[in-house]
Design a protein around this ligand. Structure first.
Ligand code: DON
Length: 391
């Protein structure tokens, strides 16, 4: 057995006995769902998906669709136009609250229902089917396979969705909906009813974790800027009125859904997903939350853990016939550039007149951040040609 699968299995065994919580009562089709399935998956940088438990069971995305539809809106309209309709502040309130900004009526953020309905209403398309098709295509690109809608869950939510319809009417009264109420709400109900497995969710989350590129299909789904915006909003708003405590204890941007799914993003490392239908009072899955919490605390995945590789890039010094070559590897960020500058200064000082023969070779860097490049260029200019840069 793969060692990572063994770890995942161990976590699953720990949370399996927990049976507190209940399936979502307000959507009849979800209320009757089997409460027992339990699954956990991670997707890696190389596109490997490792999963345990009931990993083939399909369930509807519900609110987990929200960050991915937000990605589509940001991709289609740009940040400023989206932010004209919806804010980015944690609401501190339940997911279905009337969290509208005083004066403007803007919903607090795109991950509460009001904000998600506003976001969905911005997606281009003349009718519900066209908009839905655009959304499903985007969700499918994130997942790396064609997804479809559970019609029974869609109908069940549409038949009982008066609160969301009321939110949409309020938004429309403030001029914040991009369409009429019906197309906005019915499209929103459809996106919530898209079927996935925990493996799909892990890949979707990994696509955000790796800057908008799906690690399985290698397709660029959204830009790095869009992926970063979405993950940022997930980190402050993804778990509704428990978002602050979640970031403190778990430290991974996440999004939950009332059918029991949960995605968490470990930037540049993993996409994580878990599934178990019983929910806590916030509408977050009890066991899926426990799984991700355990993963993060046991394996040091909190985003604010220190990461030394960023501050200390790979440096190899070659003394060749044409002089000294300093080869940089890995990732060179702002902090790493300071490290390189110190090292170059020391080398130049030690060499004196021979300094002209130093070359900094940056061609092997997996990633050179703009700030690091600016620092290097400024330093090389100050050294007056004593050091050359190859990039
Ligand atoms: O709009 C709703 O109420 C549902 N379709 C989605 C809510 C949801 O998933 C909240 N998240 N935990």
């Amino acid at each position: 057995m793969h060692p990572i699968l063994q770890l995942l299995d161990g976590v699953l065994d720990e949370v399996r006995p927990r049976t507190e919580g209940a399936t979502a009562a307000y959507i009849p089709e979800l209320a009757h769902a089997d409460p027992d399935p339990l699954a956990f998956a991670v997707a890696t940088a190389r596109g490997r998906v490792l999963s345990v438990g009931d990993d083939r069971v399909e369930f509807t995305m519900q609110s987990i669709s929200k960050p991915f539809v937000l990605a589509l809106a940001l991709h289609e309209l740009g940040r400023d136009r989206v932010l004209a309709h919806v804010g980015v502040e944690p609401s501190g309130e339940p997911f279905n609250a009337i969290s509208l900004e005083e004066g403007t009526g803007r919903p607090a953020n795109p991950l509460v229902n009001a904000g998600a309905i506003a976001t969905t209403s911005l997606i281009a398309g003349d009718d519900i089917d066209t908009r839905t098709a655009r959304i499903v295509a985007m969700l499918s690109a994130f997942a790396g396979r064609s997804l479809w809608i559970d019609e029974a869950v869609y109908r069940s939510e549409s038949a009982t969705g008066d609160r969301n319809r009321a939110l949409a009417h309020l938004l429309r009264s403030y001029g914040l909906l991009g369409s009429e109420v019906d197309p906005a709400v019915e499209t929103y109900f459809r996106q919530c009813a898209v079927l996935v497995t925990v493996r799909d969710l892990a890949v979707m989350s990994a696509t955000l974790a790796f800057g908008g590129v799906n690690p399985v299909t290698r397709e660029r789904v959204v830009s790095e800027d869009v992926a970063r915006d979405v993950v940022s909003i997930m980190s402050s708003c993804g778990m509704y009125d428990s978002s602050g405590e979640w970031m403190l204890r778990v430290g991974l941007p996440a999004k939950s859904g009332v059918s029991g799914g949960l995605v968490a993003v470990s930037p540049s490392q993993f996409g994580v997903a878990a599934f178990s239908p019983r929910l806590d009072a916030h509408g977050n899955s009890v066991r899926a939350s426990a799984i991700v919490e355990r993963l993060a605390s046991d394996f040091g995945m909190h985003v604010f853990e220190p990461h030394e590789a960023v501050a200390e890039p790979g440096i190899e010094v070659d003394e060749g016939a044409e002089g000294t070559t300093v080869r940089l590897g890995g990732e060179l960020g702002f902090a790493g550039a300071e490290f390189v500058v110190t090292m170059l200064r020391e080398t130049v000082a030690a060499r004196g007149a021979d300094a002209a023969a130093i070359t900094v070779d940056a061609r092997e860097l997996a990633r050179l951040h703009p700030a690091a490049l600016a620092v290097l260029r400024t330093e090389l200019a100050a050294l007056g040609g004593a050091v050359r840069l190859r990039d």
